[in-house]
Design a protein around this ligand. Structure first.
Ligand SMILES: [Zn+2]
Length: 123
């Protein structure tokens, strides 16, 4: 599945976001190496910091279905991932991250490009 196809899936599911406070609807679709696709949307809360991003929701669905770091091949998002989500993308060793940039162009990066020198829990 291409990055563009994943962004299209993300755009389709974004309408389901629960975003009554920001009215900023975000979708994400992540494909596992075995072909399974997991979608997520942002889910806000009246206590603002408790909301979760679409990428985290999609990755959480994948984990619920048994996926581990390294099992996820690529993700498409309807917006540039926030800093916290970049740490999640790094943790799950996703190969490719595709989203529309601020100019509206579809771009693809690795998590390392999005978050250089990422933090890891010392062993
Ligand atoms: Zn985020």
């Amino acid at each position: 599945m291409t990055g563009e196809e994943l962004v299209a899936r993300a755009r389709a599911v974004a309408a389901n976001a629960y975003a009554p406070y920001s009215n900023y609807f975000v979708g994400a679709a992540v494909v596992a190496r075995d072909g399974r696709v997991f979608e997520g949307v942002n889910v806000e809360n009246a206590a603002y910091p408790l909301g979760i991003c679409a990428e985290k929701a999609a990755i959480s669905c994948a984990v619920t279905d048994g996926c581990k770091p390294g099992d996820l091949e690529a993700i498409g998002i309807t917006a540039s991932p926030c800093g916290g989500c970049r740490q999640w993308l790094w943790e799950f060793r996703i190969d490719r991250v595709t989203f529309p940039n601020s100019a509206g162009e579809i771009v693809t990066y690795t998590p390392a490009e999005l978050l250089p020198e990422a933090w890891e829990l010392p062993e």
